[in-house]
Design a protein around this ligand. Structure first.
Ligand code: MG
Length: 248
């Protein structure tokens, strides 16, 4: 369990690092896969199957490490590793479509337990919410409004289609800050993957890491997470302590 003193310490150390006298978050920049949806096992399986079919052997668990990267970047990385060349635009398009088809066919989407509570508490506390995802997976993006009605106002989303450099580059979170109209010191990033945490940290935001898959907390710490929660439910239960803000 993350104690409130631990949250306070994390904010104090963020303030010191950024020379802030106080910290009061006005916006939350929220990742999708592994945060709002328990979708990573299906993504990993879909990637693994698609790659096997074109003769590229992978370990399903390795895709948890690429989480946050755009689909194009993941395809390129595996092409370079196995074929020693980058993928053509046409290959990227076809392979990503195939992977997306497998993903859709692997069953019903599963909202992450605790995510709805988290979004409600963010809204109640008056924070703007921006979705910041490396995904271009239409099926999940259109489902958001159904699963989390009103959680994201129109236009308050940054997807793989809106950036030139995906996570771990800070660009997606910097675009998110623009959409929210706040500075890095006024926003919280909510992430589950090492590359996403790295992007959040590099954007200058206070970055919450949540372990919702096989990646150990230590990896999120190394990536620059300011604080780590063991589950979305644990974060949702304790979020008020973070959102009340602090004089440093
Ligand atoms: Mg994620």
């Amino acid at each position: 369990m993350t104690e409130s003193s631990e949250i306070q310490q994390a904010v104090a150390s963020y303030c010191r690092r950024n020379s802030l006298k106080n910290w009061h978050p006005l916006a939350a920049l929220i990742d999708m896969d592994g945060v709002l949806y328990d979708s990573m096992p299906r993504h990993a399986q879909a990637w693994h199957r698609m790659m096997s079919e074109i003769g590229i052997q992978t370990d399903p668990d390795e895709f948890y490490l690429y989480e946050g990267m755009t689909g194009a970047a993941t395809i390129d990385l595996l092409f370079e590793r196995h074929l020693h060349r980058s993928a053509t635009a046409e290959e990227v398009k076809q392979l990503y479509e195939k992977k997306s088809d497998y993903f859709r066919n692997f069953g019903a989407r599963m909202p992450m337990p605790g995510a709805a509570l988290m979004l409600r508490k963010l809204e109640d506390a008056g924070l703007k919410r921006v979705l910041v995802t490396g995904s271009a997976q239409g099926s999940l993006l259109t489902a958001l409004e159904e699963d989390y009605p009103g959680a994201f106002l129109p236009g308050m989303r940054v997807t793989a289609l809106d950036v030139t450099k995906g996570k771990p580059n800070p660009e997606p979170y910097l675009r998110g800050l623009e959409k929210a109209g706040v500075s890095p010191a006024e926003a919280v990033v909510i992430e589950n993957a090492p590359l996403g945490v790295q992007a959040g940290h590099a954007s200058g935001c206070f970055t919450v890491g949540i372990t919702t898959g096989p990646i150990p907390a230590e990896k999120l710490r190394e990536a620059g997470a300011d604080i780590i929660f063991p589950s979305m439910q644990a974060f949702a239960d304790n979020i008020e302590t973070l959102l009340q803000g602090y004089d440093c």
